[in-house]
Design a binder for this molecule. Structure first.
Ligand code: ADP
Ligand code: ASP
Ligand code: MG
Length: 410
């Protein structure tokens, strides 16, 4: 089999852990498989590099920031390759560019356009383990780009798709995909299976265990993905198209995102084109807008509120203020310090009562809901950040997510 194994930051956090990762790669090779390894930056290296940039520059230019942060992964790959060679496993490290990862030019949020895995295939042909630096790629002009925080998952799944690998294993620091972030909910339970649709929705609203783009690519190309711990050998979570019946529960998980801000445009004239005038400049700047609420208009005017990632608030404000002035709105206001708490599950589709139970649970905990948004398989509430983790625990308990669904073999 061809197996792509991705090792996250904690799993390669120090020399001892890198040796342990190499032992696992060596065992997989010894079992007769061809392995492509994808590695993240060690521990909190990416955070530290970003912090360093901020200390020398007020607003680090995106191109230079990518040139800087890509180095985190560029350090891990040769360390893993030399450690493998030391164990007698032939290996070669490759940067994203060398591995053929071609991306768009959007720095810090580039998208993979194609993968030309010539060097990877050559290495595999020579019996070597290619060790690819995750998270990074290059444009046609060899400008170095990165794929967004958590993007090494995307490198791994995209490589698995390009190589038509039999399996993509995502090795991380938790047992797999759980019913909630186990750092917030100690009772969170491991899900043996999850659908692409569900994990995509969870990832999109803050469950950072997998990068949303990685899930999209996995679903598109039908890549079998196994999310599991690098610290033990027990199986984790299989990401599949259809979850087996016995795993069925209407609500499958709770996700949260602690860095949300909201912007309100007040007194927006109620006529065609105003929403486009507000949101187009944001989209052109690569700022994604999330929950959007427009009030019912009275006297030809309405208020429009939406959320953005807190990190994007500073860049959003001048754009929104300019648009507000242009369309003749009364003004704008903003608030940071919010969080998003979401329930996700394909079984929620067409099941009445889940939203009501969610709102009742939050009400009983005395947590105010500022905004609400839904999709067919998700309900999201915007709450005060200081109450968010409590909200996650209350919802996890109210929907009995710690309990194994009836009929599941133990
Ligand atoms: P890696 O460095 O291996 O990519 P990440 O930190 O990106 O690891 O993702 C793993 C983390 O995701 C876990 O440590 C956990 O705190 C968090 N997490 C959030 N939601 C979930 C969830 N539903 N299941 C498992 N982990 C989750
Ligand atoms: N090192 C990058 C980050 O911290 C990418 C990754 O770990 O997936 O976001
Ligand atoms: Mg990650």
């Amino acid at each position: 089999m061809v197996i792509v194994q991705k090792y996250g930051g904690t799993s390669v956090g120090n020399a001892a852990r890198i040796r342990r990762v190499c032992r696992r790669i060596a065992e997989t090779v010894a079992a007769g498989h061809r392995v492509v390894a994808v590695v993240s930056a060690m521990g909190d290296t990416t955070d530290r590099l970003i912090e360093l940039a901020r200390r020398v520059s007020e607003a680090p230019p995106p191109r230079e920031l990518d040139m800087l942060v890509a180095n985190g992964e560029t350090i891990t790959a040769p360390l893993v390759a030399m450690c493998l060679q030391d164990r007698g496993v032939p290996a070669i490290s490759l940067t994203g560019a060398q591995a053929g990862v071609r991306t768009s030019g959007h720095h810090s949020r580039a998208r993979i356009k194609e993968i030309r895995p010539i060097r990877i295939l050559n290495a595999l042909g020579r019996g070597q383990v290619p060790v690819v630096a995750g998270f990074q790629g290059a444009t046609e002009d060899f400008e170095i780009t990165t794929l967004g925080r958590g993007g090494s998952d995307t490198t791994a799944v995209a490589l698995a798709a390009a190589l038509e690998a039999d399996l993509c294993e995502i090795y991380t620091d938790v047992d797999g995909i759980m019913t909630a972030d186990p750092r917030v909910v100690p009772e969170a339970r491991l899900l043996s299976h999850i659908s692409y649709e569900e994990i995509l929705e969870l990832a999109a609203v803050g469950a950072r265990v997998m990068h949303p783009r990685a899930v999209e690519i996995g679903e598109l190309y039908g890549v079998p993905i196994h999310v599991r711990s690098s610290f033990h050998r027990r199986p984790g979570t299989m990401v599949v198209s259809e979850v087996p019946m016995e795993d069925r529960k209407r609500v499958r998980g709770v996700a949260h995102d602690l860095s949300v801000a909201k912007v309100t445009v007040l007194g927006v004239p109620d006529r065609p084109g105003v929403a486009a005038a507000i949101f187009e400049p944001l989209s052109e700047a690569g700022i994604s807008v999330d929950v959007i609420v427009q009030n019912v208009s009275s006297e030809g005017r309405t208020d429009l509120t939406f959320t953005v990632a807190e990190a994007d608030l500073g860049r959003s404000l001048p754009l929104v203020e300019a648009a507000a002035a242009e369309i003749g709105a009364a003004g704008t206001s903003q608030a940071a310090g919010l969080a998003k708490v979401s329930l996700v599950g394909t079984g929620m589709l067409g099941t009445p009562g889940i939203a009501a139970r969610m709102f009742r649970t939050l009400a009983e905990a005395g947590i105010n809901i500022e905004m609400i948004s839904t999709s067919e398989i998700r309900i999201t509430c915007i709450v005060d950040r200081r109450r968010a983790e409590e909200a996650v625990r209350a919802l996890h308990a109210a929907f009995e997510l710690e309990q194994v669904p009836a009929g599941t073999p133990v």
